[in-house]
Design a protein. Sequence first.
Length: 181
Amino acid sequence: METTKTSVWKGTLNAGLILGLVLVLYGLILWFFDQSLNKTLGAFSYIIIIVGLYLGIKDFRDNSRGGVLSYGGVIGTGTVISLYVGIIGAVFAIILYKFIDPGLIDKLISFSEQKLVDRGMTDEQIEMAMKISGKFMNPYFIAINTLWGYVFIGVIISLFEGIFLKREGEPVFDHPVESEE
């Protein structure tokens, strides 16, 4: 009896959905407590991503690839999981910035402006920077950045996790079952 390989798209769907929903829940908690712009708490999401990718890749390797996954396979698997997470994050960004709290974009603009003031930029430099960045401060652009940001960070994390998660050899399900006679 031979078991077939599950495609990476199907085998990682649950991991991507779970990780995406956990990050949305965390984002909602930050928003609820008015901490969406808190960089320290925002950095905790990277820990969630690192752990979620590790568990998702390991699950795919062990349950869909017979315990074997190359370094490139780890990176590809992490990228697909991150793509699912990015899609969920992009949809959440549109819902958050367009429907739940449209004023959050204004807070983000004010936050960015204050950071420029803190850097010691002149009023003219700040005005020019805000004019340019203001064009990109809309829910759809934020959603696109969210999508590609998750994919990018997922690839980077997968590069490191591949060192620990790769496992060479023959998949367990490729061995024929021997019957005792």
